[in-house]
Structures are given as C-alpha cells and as structure tokens.
Design a protein around this ligand. Structure first.
Ligand SMILES: [Zn+2]
Length: 56
C-alpha cells in the first residue's frame, strides 16, 4: 500500500496516510484549517526517509 506524507504548512506537522485517503481539512496539531502539502519522498536522492527535504 502506497503511503503519502503530508505536511501542514502552518506548523510543520507531518503524518503518513494511505494514498487512497485525502488529507484532513483541519490540522490535528495546530487545529488550524490548512491545505496539507504532499512531501512524500519519491526519489532516491532523499534517501527514502519518507519526506523529501527539498519540499519540507
Ligand atoms: Zn498545523
């Protein structure tokens, strides 16, 4: 199952979710309504650490 790493642009909170799931409208960390950014690592350059540092 593919995972997507989402990041809240307001507080930096990241979490993984199934690719079939849409991110929540509200961040569970800062409780703000935010548009989660997909920061999933897709390339070997970032070491497959789950998050691409160029995006995070
Ligand atoms: Zn947040």
């Amino acid at each position: 199952m593919d995972k997507i790493t989402w990041k809240c642009p307001k507080c930096g909170y990241t979490f993984e979710a199934d690719a079939s799931q849409a991110p929540p409208e509200t961040c569970s960390m800062c409780k703000e309504k935010c548009q989660f950014v997909n920061v999933t690592c897709y390339v070997p350059e970032c070491g497959f650490q789950g998050q691409d540092p160029r995006l995070g």
